[in-house]
Design a protein around this ligand. Structure first.
Ligand code: 5GP
Ligand code: ZN
Length: 133
């Protein structure tokens, strides 16, 4: 009984430390409050087309859970982030770009992150240069 209570309190505290902001557009996409062109979803992750595509195939793949960026990901997020990573090649295959695609995570404003709900860009369908800008 006490252990159950403690677990509940710990969960509540974790939620406080990692809130789902009312103004997070990707949380709104998860909740279906903002429409998106979804290509895949399951109980843990969601993949949809970027509104402003930078390649013929440009998906955003993210956990349903609000994690602001890679810097905020903790040990509890290993499973969902691992699941996300191993789903990427399946999505690339589904969209016909498995022979070459790029996965990008912008972490922090300096790196170009503009939406602070962790997401991975999957880009394909054109040749790409290196290093990125
Ligand atoms: P970031 O700059 O944070 O790495 O990537 C955010 C991405 O989200 C950008 O490529 C931007 O085009 C995309 N984006 C922003 N708002 C929306 C939206 O409401 N719907 C969709 N599908 N993409 C969005
Ligand atoms: Zn969010």
């Amino acid at each position: 009984m006490q252990a159950q209570h403690d677990a509940k309190v710990a969960k509540g505290l974790k939620k406080l430390a990692n809130p789902e902001p009312l103004d997070c557009i990707f949380c709104k996409i998860v909740a279906g409050q903002i429409p998106s062109d979804k290509v895949y979803e399951d109980d843990r992750i969601l993949a949809f087309r970027d509104l402003n595509p930078q390649a013929p195939v440009h998906l955003l793949v993210m956990p349903r859970k609000h994690i602001a960026s890679l810097n905020e990901a903790g040990p509890d997020d290993r499973a969902v982030l691992g699941h996300l990573l191993v789903t990427l090649p399946k999505l690339a295959e589904q969209l016909g770009v498995e022979s070459g695609y790029r996965v990008v995570n912008n972490c922090g404003a300096l790196a170009g992150q503009s939406v602070f709900h962790i997401h991975f860009h999957l880009l394909g369908g054109r040749s790409m240069s290196w290093p990125p800008g």
